[in-house]
Design a protein around this ligand. Structure first.
Ligand SMILES: Cc1ncc(COP(=O)(O)O)c(C=O)c1O
Length: 486
C-alpha cells in the first residue's frame, strides 16, 4: 500500500525515536530505503521538498540531504532540480513463506565426516592436542616481536603464495636432517595446516568424479577434502602393518591418502614391503600418494621412520607436514613437499590458488627452527609424550575392567583402545560432561557399524596425574553403555 506524505513523515519520526546508536542521517536513509524496497514509496513518486521534510522532522538540511544523496548514489532515488523521485526498480518480491528461499546445501556434503569438536586444550584425552602449556610462549613472543620490529609494515602486504622463503628453506633443512627427505626450498609450499595442503594436492592432482582411496579407519580431513572436491572415496582397510593394498582393484584411484609412519587412528607403522608395493602400484597405475606425516616426529623406542617421499627417486608422492602437533594447532601452519617436477609444473596454479599470509608467524617460525629451538622443543616433547604414553598404558591396565586391545604405543600423542560392542559414540558424548574428549573409534570408519568400537585417547595435552581418576570415570561409562547395547 502506497503511503502519503503524512504517513511518510510518521514512519521517519518513528524510526528517529526508536534509533539505537544510529546517526540521524543513517536512520533517514534506512527508513526511506525500506519503504522503497517494500513498494510503499512506489517508483516515480516524489518525496516532499527537502526544506519542508527537514523542518517537519526537525533535522538539519545537511543531514537530510546527505541521506538522500546516499540513496541517489545507490540508485534508489533520482535527484534533480525538481526534487527527489523514487527510481524505477523491479517490482518488490512478495516475501510470503513460499517465497523465502529454502536452504539446501549440496547433497554431496552429506558424505562429509562428522564434525570434530576440539575447542579447548583443557579437555582431557583430546586426540591430536599437544601439550600447549609446554610451548615456550615468551620466546615465541620475543621472536614475533623481533620479526615485526625488523621488518615493519613490509610484512603487512600479501606474501609469496608458496610461503615465506626463509621458512621454506628452514623446513627443507629440517626435513633433510630429521625425516630423510632431501629436498630444496622450491619444493616446499607453506599452507594453512596440513588440511589446506591436502586440499591443494586434491586440486592439483585430481578431477571431480575421480576416485580417492582413504584409510579405513582414517583421518576425517582426507574425507572432507576429497568429498568437497567432488571425488568418490573408497575405504582401504588398515591392519597392524598399515594400509592393505587390495588384491585386484577394479578401478585404480587418482589419489591414495595414507599416514604410513603412524596411521591415524590405529597407530600402525607401514612395513617396508607394503610401502614398496604401494609405490609400485602408484607408479604402474599413474596415481599419486598423499603421505600424511602429521606426528611422526614423536617416535618412541626407535629413530623417527623415514618418509615414503624419500624412498624412491621421482616417486609419485606428495608429503604433508604440519606444525599443529609439534607446536600448537592455532598457528595454522603446515606444508606440502612436492617432487621437483610437480613443484615446477604447479607453480602457476599455486600462485592462483593460495594467497600467502601469516607472514610474521612464518618468519618467526623460520627463526625458531634455524636457531635450534624447534629441535630442542621436539626433543623435550618426545620425552614428555613417551612418559605420558607409558603411564597411560599402565593406568589403562589398572582401571579398565572389560577386555581391550591397545594400539599406537610406538609413537604420536594418542593411544587407541579397541573394546568390543560398546556404544563408543554415546560414551564419548557423555564423557564431555566430565571435561573429557576421547574420540569414538567407530566414527573414523566410512561405515561405522562395520568397524571396531573403542576410544582414541589423546595424551598430548593430559598430564599423568589425571589418568587414573579420568579412566575410572570412563570405565564406568564403558561398562554402562556396553550393557545398554546388549
Ligand atoms: C591424521 C591427521 N593428519 C593431519 C592433521 C593436521 O591437521 P592441521 O595441520 O590442518 O591442523 C591432523 C590433525 O588433527 C590429523 O589428525
Amino acid at each position: 500500500m502506497n503511503i502519503d506524505n503524512e504517513a511518510l513523515c510518521d514512519e521517519l519520526h518513528r524510526g528517529i525515536a526508536a534509533r539505537e546508536g544510529e546517526t540521524l542521517q543513517r536512520v533517514v536513509y534506512r527508513v526511506l530505503r525500506e519503504l522503497i524496497l517494500a513498494g510503499k514509496l512506489p517508483a516515480q513518486s516524489r518525496l516532499p521538498g527537502s526544506r519542508e521534510l527537514a523542518s517537519r522532522l526537525a533535522l538539519s538540511r545537511n543531514t537530510l540531504n546527505a541521506a538522500l544523496e546516499q540513496l541517489a548514489t545507490e540508485g534508489y532515488l533520482l535527484r534533480n532540480r525538481r526534487g527527489n523521485q523514487v527510481a524505477l526498480l523491479p517490482a518488490p518480491v512478495d516475501m510470503h513463506a513460499e517465497n523465502v528461499p529454502e536452504i539446501v546445501l549440496p547433497a554431496s556434503l552429506g558424505a562429509l565426516p562428522p564434525a570434530t569438536r576440539r575447542e579447548s586444550p583443557a579437555m582431557i584425552f583430546t586426540p591430536g592436542m599437544p601439550a600447549v602449556n609446554y610451548f615456550p610462549l615468551p620466546l615465541w613472543r620475543r621472536l614475533l616481536d623481533r620479526t615485526m620490529k625488523e621488518e615493519g609494515c613490509l610484512l603487512l602486504g600479501y606474501g609469496d603464495s608458496a610461503g615465506e622463503w626463509p621458512l621454506r628453506a628452514a623446513i627443507a633443512r629440517h626435513l633433510t636432517l630429521s625425516r630423510g627427505i632431501h629436498c630444496a626450498a622450491e619444493q616446499v609450499i607453506i599452507t594453512e595446516g596440513a588440511l589446506e595442503g591436502l586440499q591443494l594436492c586434491t586440486q592439483l592432482l585430481s578431477e571431480r568424479g575421480q576416485l580417492a582411496w582413504v584409510e579405513e579407519p582414517g583421518y576425517f580431513g582426507a574425507r572432507s577434502a576429497f568429498v568437497s572436491a567432488g571425488l568418490h572415496i573408497e575405504g582401504i582397510p588398515v591392519d597392524d602393518q598399515g594400509m592393505r593394498l587390495p588384491a585386484e582393484p577394479t578401478v585404480p584411484p587418482a589419489l591414495i591418502f595414507t599416514s604410513p609412519s603412524h596411521q591415524f587412528p590405529l597407530g600402525s607403522l607401514m612395513s617396508a614391503s607394503r610401502r614398496l608395493a604401494l609405490l609400485k602400484f602408484a607408479i604402474e597405475h599413474k596415481c599419486w600418494i598423499i603421505e600424511d606425516d602429521y606426528d611422526s616426529e614423536f617416535r618412541y623406542g626407535s629413530e623417527p621412520i623415514p618418509a615414503m617421499l624419500g624412498m624412491l627417486p621421482q616417486s609419485p608422492v606428495v608429503y604433508l607436514g604440519t606444525f599443529s602437533k609439534t607446536l600448537f594447532p592455532s598457528l595454522r601452519l603446515g606444508f606440502v613437499v612436492m617432487p621437483p617436477a610437480l613443484a615446477r609444473a604447479a607453480q602457476p596454479a599455486i600462485q592462483a590458488l593460495l594467497r600467502g599470509g601469516h607472514r610474521a608467524e612464518q618468519r618467526a617460525l623460520a627463526r625458531f627452527i634455524e636457531d635450534g629451538h624447534y629441535a630442542r622443543h621436539l626433543a623435550a616433547m618426545r620425552r614428555l609424550y613417551r612418559n605420558r604414553q607409558q603411564q597411560l598404558g599402565d593406568a589403562l591396565r589398572q582401571t579398565l575392567t572389560l577386555p581391550y586391545s591397545l594400539s599406537g604405543e610406538k609413537g604420536g600423542m594418542h593411544l587407541t583402545v579397541a573394546i568390543d560392542a560398546i556404544d563408543d559414540v554415546r560414551i564419548a558424548d557423555e564423557a564431555r560432561r566430565f571435561q573429557m574428549a576421547p574420540a569414538a573409534l567407530s566414527r573414523f570408519y566410512l561405515s561405522p557399524s562395520a568397524g571396531k568400537t573403542g576410544l582414541v585417547l589423546g595424551y598430548g595435552n593430559t598430564s599423568s596425574s589425571q589418568y587414573i581418576p579420568a579412566l575410572a570415570r570412563l570405565n564406568g561409562l564403558i561398562t554402562r553403555f556396553q550393557r545398554a547395547r546388549e
